[in-house]
Design a protein. Structure first.
Length: 128
């Protein structure tokens, strides 16, 4: 099955050797997003809520570029440098997703690219 590379200017450019997303059949693998402003490629300032929203906005932009929406996400991985932010991530996530929610993992990590405090990646299935 051929793969299709997904790209949008509405989300940050890849900061390494990867694509924003790759579609194979009806499955789209969305690369990790950190709270980068796509226009400046700088981490957004402000509190953890603003940073979490930026990550969801970035994921949403890539999902739409692939022909989907966040509601098509079946698996979400959340990486946090401080797991005390987990309740806030849940609160913000409830504004971007509706039940039934995707499967999810939340993982505490020592550090993330560019000093970010949060990163998320996802798997999306289209057409169903």
């Amino acid at each position: 099955m051929p793969k299709q590379i997904i790209h949008t200017d509405q989300a940050p450019e890849a900061i390494g050797t990867y694509s924003q997303a790759v579609r194979v059949g009806d499955t789209v693998y969305l690369s990790g997003q950190i709270p980068l402003d796509p226009a400046t490629m700088m981490l957004v300032g402000g509190d953890m809520e603003l940073q979490t929203r930026r990550v969801f906005d970035n994921l949403q932009a890539v999902a739409r570029a692939a022909g989907g929406e966040l509601s098509d996400v079946v698996k979400l991985n959340v990486f946090l440098t401080d797991l005390s932010h987990f309740p806030l991530v849940n609160q913000v996530m409830s504004e971007y997703f509706a039940a039934p929610y995707p499967a999810r993992a939340a993982i505490g990590v020592a550090s993330l690219p560019k000093g970010a405090q949060v990163e998320m990646d996802a798997v999306m299935v289209l057409g169903g």
